[in-house]
Design a protein around this ligand. Structure first.
Ligand code: GDG
Length: 504
């Protein structure tokens, strides 16, 4: 099997990409792209929800290589070989998935603990929700080390491009580099990076930055997050920081920091929205849920997370039905919600609050023939999601902080019929690309939020069309392929420079 990255772009059409092309791509993430689970004694393969795996699996399928991830399914061990490896996707078997098996204690402390009770709230600038503990940190360190060892088991890291994903692995690059100084490591951070005064509230700020600076290339969604990161490094470490060019000299090495706004497979989403499958899924959604025949449809699609601003959105909708009674029995809101991190108290609280608020609003305004809010907590296949987006007159994205938010882009790519309106919080990464043509809201300004939904619902078709056309062009031109090309081009340039330095 040819394990090289091969089809990566050559930088500026230059000739010397030898080093890059001979390296195997090893992608490392916490969540695995395929989970094997027992269902009535039979092993089933499940694709988990979430922006990261849905964005990167098609890329791995076309590139080949190895994906190292936590084997979280109860049948993962049985479905893998003695090294924890299995070829995926099941239909094409184009790359290797290597599972790292974790104990319950590790899951509690590394995943739910340090990753999701420390780093997640910290990076979303919600330090009041941080819960620090020596156990969390110890397990985070050990688990990062275990992943670094799993990478080494797959082959010599000096012959690979190791691509870490996200906040679960701030230390693993350092552990890989300690054992293999020539490894090429890069990392993409899928959530925001906070300002220094916020980041400083984490007691391990120095170790985290040191771990991340073992990468050669570090990517964030936005330039703002890059600037925040550079600022943190200049405050916390003895490093030279070149803010303008996104370069850091640290520990005798140069680290490049750059913005790569993540995107979606726009073409696939558009095709899905136009498909007969989406029509069938729409019919079956209407059979399963009290969706309106007429009137307007508004949608929100979120993991049940306190950063997504779901409660703020429900407050705005309640105001809307209160102030503009003409929307009663006319406007239905569908909340597509996925349960997430339910072992954490704050997440249980979000689930309870959202359900209670919906029940209260439905009780207050609902009639015999009309349910104002339809709550969908089933997992939907992509074609059903496409149908829901396509049919929605308005999509509400109201996060309090969000690294990017792929839902906003998915909605845009699925608008193949009468164009709808995207109402977008100014606090999400996607606002940088879509903010000019979406209607902007501040999720905490309930009255203005309600008025903006009203404006979206009343917008003339010509204005909807031109706003949506601009956003569609933006999402099509900057899709997941463009993202991958940009990241790999940067990596390639760095490798070429290293090559030149080595042979000079
Ligand atoms: C993190 C960052 C960043 C939801 N329900 C179903 C379903 N989904 C899919 C959506 C979307 C994904 O889940 C959610 O992605 P987001 O980007 O909105 O948010 P996070 O999960 O918080 O992702 C975020 C992202 O990483 C990538 O870097 O954008 O800022 O927080 O793709 O469509 N998919 C299916 N059925 C469902 O029922 N098939």
């Amino acid at each position: 099997m040819d394990k090289s990255i091969g089809a990566t772009p050559k930088s500026n059409g230059s000739t010397s990409t030898k080093t890059f092309e001979n390296r195997e791509l090893v992608l490392v993430s916490n969540r695995e792209p395929y989970v094997h689970e027992y269902d009535d004694g039979e092993i089933q393969v499940v694709k988990p929800e979430g922006g990261l795996t849905s964005a990167l699996d098609p890329m791995m399928a076309s590139t080949g290589g190895t994906w190292v991830a936590w084997g979280s399914g109860d049948a993962d061990d049985e479905a893998s070989d003695g090294n924890g490896c299995v070829r995926v996707p099941p239909e094409s078997q184009s790359y290797e998935l290597k599972r790292v098996f974790l104990t319950d204690e590790q899951v509690t402390n590394y995943y739910y603990g340090y990753s999701n009770k420390v780093l997640w709230p910290l990076c979303h600038s919600d330090t009041a929700k941080m819960e620090t503990s020596a156990q969390f940190w110890r397990h985070y360190r050990e688990t990062n080390r275990q992943f670094a060892e799993a990478i080494r088991e797959q082959g010599d890291p000096s012959n690979a491009v190791i691509w870490f994903q996200d906040y679960h692995f701030a230390l693993a690059p350092r552990y890989v580099r300690e054992a293999s100084p020539d490894a090429f490591c890069m990392q993409f951070w899928h959530i925001p990076w906070p300002s220094w005064d916020v980041f400083q509230s984490c007691p391990q700020y120095e170790e985290l930055l040191d771990g991340l600076l073992a990468n050669d290339l570090l990517g964030f969604h936005l330039d703002q997050y890059c600037q925040n990161f550079l600022d943190c490094v200049s405050h916390a470490l003895d490093a030279e920081v070149d803010r303008e060019n996104g370069r850091i000299r640290y520990d005798g090495r140069t680290i490049r920091v750059a913005a790569f706004p993540l995107s979606i497979d726009a073409e696939e989403r558009t095709a899905l929205a136009r498909s007969a499958e989406a029509d069938e899924q729409w019919d079956s959604l209407r059979e399963s849920y009290p969706l309106p025949e007429d009137g307007q449809l508004v949608v929100g699609v979120d993991r049940l997370d306190y950063t997504k601003g779901i409660e703020q959105r429900l407050d705005a909708l309640e105001h809307l039905w209160e102030w503009y009674p003409e929307h009663r029995e006319q406007l239905t809101y569908v909340q597509k919600a996925s349960e997430s991190r339910s072992r954490i108290e704050e997440y249980q609280q979000v689930q309870t609050n959202v359900k209670q608020k919906i029940a209260r609003i439905n009780d207050r305004f609902g009639t015999e023939d009309w349910q104002p809010i339809v709550y969908v907590d089933d997992y939907l296949p992509l074609s059903a999601l496409a149908a829901l987006y396509r049919e929605a007159d308005v999509c509400l994205v109201s996060s309090l902080r969000d690294g990017m938010n792929l839902v906003a882009k998915e909605y845009v790519a699925s608008q193949v019929d009468e164009p709808g309106v995207l109402v977008l919080s100014e606090l999400v990464g996607a606002h940088e690309e879509l903010g000019e043509s979406a209607l902007t809201v501040h999720p905490n300004d309930t009255e203005a939020f309600a008025a903006t939904i009203q404006r979206a619902l009343a917008m003339e078709p010509s204005e909807r069309s031109s706003r949506m056309a601009t956003m569609r062009r933006q999402v099509e031109a900057n899709d997941i392929d463009a993202w991958k090309r940009n990241v790999l081009r940067q990596a390639n340039e760095i490798l070429e420079r290293e090559d030149e330095a080595a042979t000079a």
